[in-house]
Ligand binder design. Structure first.
Ligand code: APR
Length: 252
């Protein structure tokens, strides 16, 4: 596995391939928020080590026990509101000043990319701070209503978190735009994802197959690691600033 220091002496990052007009995708998962103190899902202490995902992140689970599910999301929202974007989120904003044609495609629902000032963000799995009405489709921002939980819309319809649950389709416009961005990108950073949940996990594979240079950042190996051009075994908050300095110093 190439160490980042080898990579940073240009042996493994072909800097000559990139310039400020390069199309860049930052693809992220729960691991990019780990250093903000937000639990991931599949780490040893992650959500799915304590809870059955089908009870908390599925339509069936919600129908069986809506109050439990709404409280779980409310607890997560409160933890997220106390958390702050970390160096990895902030570094993406710096990279986006370098690469004007860059997008963030995230599986995360925590909203930390937006709070860090990242732009062109595609939220594949929705946003935990938004709820939607099953009947009239109204979107409800709980923070604006200073509410911990809401389960009934003004129209009388049932309300649920505006996140994608297991077995549900991703928002079509968002996933199509994400695949289009990946099909034309020159460089992808795949950051903090276990690369196990589809269709999102297909994105780095698509990038790789169309010729993009793909840098994976994850302290642990993933099913994608063997495909990545470089797979860096480091925490995102530590290595992203170093990668940025390297690109900033050498980009034409
Ligand atoms: N920096 C980078 N990566 C990290 C860090 C860190 N500091 N800490 C942990 N990781 C890595 C872990 O090694 C793991 O591979 O982040 C990854 C998190 O994986 P998951 O918990 O599976 O999260 P994710 O890949 O985003 O899950 C995808 O699954 O449960 C669903 O909808 C949920 O969006 C989520 C989807």
């Amino acid at each position: 596995m190439a160490s980042i220091f080898n990579a940073m002496n240009k042996q493994l990052i072909p800097m000559e391939r990139f310039n400020r007009d390069s199309q860049v995708v930052f693809f992220t998962g729960a691991g990019i928020s780990a250093e903000s103190g937000i639990s991931t899902f599949r780490d040893p202490d992650g959500h799915w080590s304590k809870h059955d995902p089908m009870k908390l992140a599925s339509q069936t689970g919600f129908q069986e026990n809506p109050v439990m599910v709404l409280n779980w999301y409310a607890d997560r929202r409160e933890a997220i509101q106390k958390a702050k974007p970390n160096a990895a989120h902030r570094t993406i904003s710096n990279f986006q000043k370098l690469f004007s044609n860059s997008v963030v495609i995230t599986q995360n629902v925590d909203g930390l990319h937006e709070r860090a000032g990242n732009r062109s963000i595609y939220e594949l799995h929705g946003n935990i701070h938004r709820h939607k009405c099953n009947s009239c489709g109204t979107m409800i921002e709980l923070a604006k209503r200073k509410m911990r939980i809401i389960n009934r819309c003004a129209c009388g319809g049932g309300v649920r978190p505006d996140v994608v649950w297991f077995g549900e389709s991703l928002p079509l416009g968002t996933i199509n735009a994400a695949f289009e961005a990946v099909q034309r990108c020159d460089l992808m950073f795949s950051i903090g994802t276990s690369a196990q949940v589809y269709p999102a996990a297909q994105l780095p594979v698509e990038a790789q197959s169309q010729g993009a240079f793909v840098i994976e950042i994850n302290p642990e190996p993933t099913p994608f690691s063997h495909l990545a051009d470089i797979s860096v075994r480091q925490e995102a908050g530590l290595i992203m600033p170093q990668l940025y300095e390297e690109f900033h110093a050498q980009l034409k």
